[in-house]
Ligand binder design. Structure first.
Ligand SMILES: [Zn+2]
Length: 205
């Protein structure tokens, strides 16, 4: 199974009068993160990690900061685009690990809900998403939020093949025929099933 890894990093400055959006959630805090979009530092880092894993550029190459369409945009849009690129390249996510670096607010009390939100946005399970947080000790960056993200991806099974198979199988009989074909392709000869006769006990003539 082919696997790849991607890394993303982002930072935004805190600013009065804007909502604080992290991990697709709005957090209760007097300051938000300044940015052309909603400033969701975690979703931006994860977006770049996914794009990086499939060597598809970065968030800025798809969404230039000066483009008025992305003013105050919900960063879930960026993540969705990265997922499209991921699937287009034939991969799916194995797991995502992130570390937020910020002085406040405390992330631990909302980390579970945030993981759930990010897992939903990525269409993966809760246990495939990790969100950790640290304070920026000694960095002198208490007015900044940073996020580091790493993602592991693996190649998906051939989607076209699966699609054509599911299109063929509509009845139990077709399913049995497909299984028989598969068996004969493995064993070299058609493997006949033993047919059990059906007796109608109400009609013994
Ligand atoms: Zn950003």
């Amino acid at each position: 199974m082919e696997t790849r890894i991607g890394f993303g990093w982002d930072s935004h400055e805190f600013k009065e009068g804007v909502p604080l959006r992290i991990g697709g959630m709005t957090l209760d805090h007097p300051k938000g993160l300044a940015g052309h979009s909603d400033g969701d530092v975690l979703l931006h880092a994860v977006t770049d990690a996914i794009l990086g894993a499939v060597a598809a550029g970065d968030i800025g190459s798809f969404f230039p900061p000066g483009d008025p369409r992305w003013k105050d945009a919900n960063s879930a849009i960026f993540l969705n685009l990265a997922m499209e690129e991921l699937h287009h390249a034939g991969f799916r996510i194995v797991n995502v690990d992130t570390t937020l670096v910020l002085a406040a607010p405390k992330i631990a009390p909302v980390a579970g809900e945030m993981r759930s939100c990010v897992a939903d946005l990525l269409g993966i399970n809760l246990d495939q998403v990790s969100i950790k947080a640290k304070t920026p000790e000694g960095l002198g960056l208490d007015n900044v939020a940073q996020c580091h993200a790493v993602v592991l991806i693996e190649r998906e099974a051939d989607a076209d093949e699966l699609k054509s198979m599911s299109a063929v199988i509509e009845t139990q009989k077709q399913l049995e025929d497909v299984v028989e074909d598969l068996l004969s392709s493995v064993h070299g000869v058609p493997k006949k099933r033993t047919v059990t006769p059906v007796y109608d006990t109400e009609d013994i003539t």
